[in-house]
Design a protein around this ligand. Structure first.
Ligand code: PRP
Length: 213
């Protein structure tokens, strides 16, 4: 039996999809883990310990090596810019990062953009040669153009339902988002066999070749 792998798992909606993928890969997470409020969950039967993290903090735990691997959205990786090793595109939690506005939006003199992703937004508008003031919000970003805090927003679009119900339009898609498997650089060397085995098992599911018999 190899070493225990510490896994930073995102709490909330990505967890369900990630857990389903693990189970398909033959990593049988007991069902009581799904509803548990425990934050550190030991799973010796699959050689893992789960660290139940707020999704945005996953790259931080992995960079500092308190988690060996983690599951995190490309949106968070782009925003947080942490030094982690991206191993695999898991293809789950698929959505996109977009620029959004009211349908009658026109470029003004002083433009304000609200977002949960200030680094992503600043970089994007800098590359576009547009000077904007970026305002950081922590949620319900679509409110900003509706109540006049900002002209545009940079946010995730999944089904497009939030936009539609609030009368907003997607002006441009900046990049596609999916969840990724990431590893701490030192852990990847020290626990290479164990981490590579998890990566291969997940990859077989993603490639549709199922679990190894
Ligand atoms: C996310 C995102 C959008 C919405 C997109 O918000 O910020 O608001 O989901 O999904 P849709 O295209 O399927 O409607 P989330 O629910 O995470 O909450 P938040 O507003 O607090 O960020």
């Amino acid at each position: 039996m190899g070493e225990i792998i510490k896994v930073a798992m995102p709490k909330g909606r990505i967890y369900k999809q990630a857990a389903a993928l693990f189970r398909e890969a033959g990593l049988s997470i007991p069902s009581d883990v799904d509803e548990s409020r425990r934050l550190v969950i030991s799973l010796p039967e699959i050689g893992m310990e789960f660290i139940m993290a707020k999704p945005v903090d996953v790259p931080t735990y992995v960079e500092y090596g308190v988690a060996d691997i983690g599951i995190v959205g490309k949106d968070v990786l782009m925003e947080e810019n942490r030094d982690v090793y991206e191993l695999l595109d898991l293809g789950i939690a698929r959505c996109r990062m977009s620029v959004i506005a009211l349908p009658d939006w026109k470029p003004g003199i002083h433009q304000r953009v609200a977002t949960k992703y200030p680094n992503v937004a600043s970089q994007y508008f800098r590359e576009q040669g547009q000077q904007v003031e970026v305002i950081k919000l922590n949620g319900s970003i679509e409110l900003a153009p509706l109540i006049g805090l900002a002209d545009r927003i940079v946010d995730m679009v999944e089904t497009g339902r939030t936009l539609k119900e609030n009368g907003l339009v997607e002006m441009e898609s900046i990049f596609e988002i999916t969840s990724r498997l990431v590893a701490n650089r030192v852990s990847y060397r020290m626990k290479n066999g164990e981490i590579q085995a998890v990566c291969d098992a997940l990859n077989r599911v993603i490639q549709g070749t199922g679990i190894e018999s």
